[in-house]
Design a protein around this ligand. Sequence first.
Ligand code: PMV
Length: 322
Amino acid sequence: MSIKASAYAHPNIAFIKYWGNRNDVLRLPVNGSLSMNLHGLHTHTHVEWSNTLSHDSLTINGVEQMGRALERVIEHLDVLRERYQLQGYAAVQSENNFPIGAGVASSASSFAALTLAAAAHLDLSERELTTLARLGSGSASRSVPTGFVEWYAAETHEESFAESFAAPDHWNLTDVVAIISTTHKAVGSTEGHQSAATSDLQMARVARVSERIAICKSAILQRDFAAFAEVVELDSNLMHAVMMTSRPALFYWLPASLAVMHLVGEWRREGLNVCYTLDAGPNVHCLCTSDHASEIANRLRSLDGVLDVRTAGVGGGAYLDN
Ligand code: PMV
């Protein structure tokens, strides 16, 4: 017996952030979040299930993986084996078309593509696929549906799913990423989520997140850049305030990150449609409308401390390619 499938998924950038779980094992987040998929960047994953294999294996860009990367994939395959009584082991081959350290995390696209390919023969709904992807990496749930996506916080596995609320062509937003460091982050998001509750500010951040989700969603639906910029920067600052006040403290910003954040504010006052958001790293995602993207990219490239710049528009959902 051998079952093969492959799938593509894009990474995503969150506008309203996921930070902290109510259940770490099931990756049930304390709050809902909003994001858009990133066009042009993808993970392509091929999975072959076979009952002649003696163990699971993983290659990333052709390189055999050991250690934590392989363990996380095995844990995810174990979940599928257990939930759907699957037999045998899987050979997983994954390729990213963007380098690690390109300023965009690959765990969302990796676990979204892995979930689709590994569960291809099970005929699951998109909703169910988002919940399974979530078990591998929370933000992976948002890489399954198309375009602009909301992931719901809930008490149970089944209720914490993600769905699209606008198609990619709804609004021509662009993520211009200022790459400030390509070194691997010291504390990854899985550990970060676990320490979020040690900050006195986490409860305050979460208290009004539903309001920010509503404001952000309606700004996107009405293509209101000013309202969008205000809530996106506020939500990023709130998450980083929690990170910086966690025990131990997590400081992801570098001096150049802060310099870019200041400039983005000045550029907006000049009339450019641009705002910033940062994930668990120092790279600054400058979100703008596509008509201003090349101007923003040129300005970023000329700055000291900006190593590189990458641009991505709004991407579609994850899909099987066979
Ligand atoms: O899915 P994870 O565990 O890699 O967490 C993602 C956390 C942030 O990128 C910082 C925020 C988000 O919502 O994507």
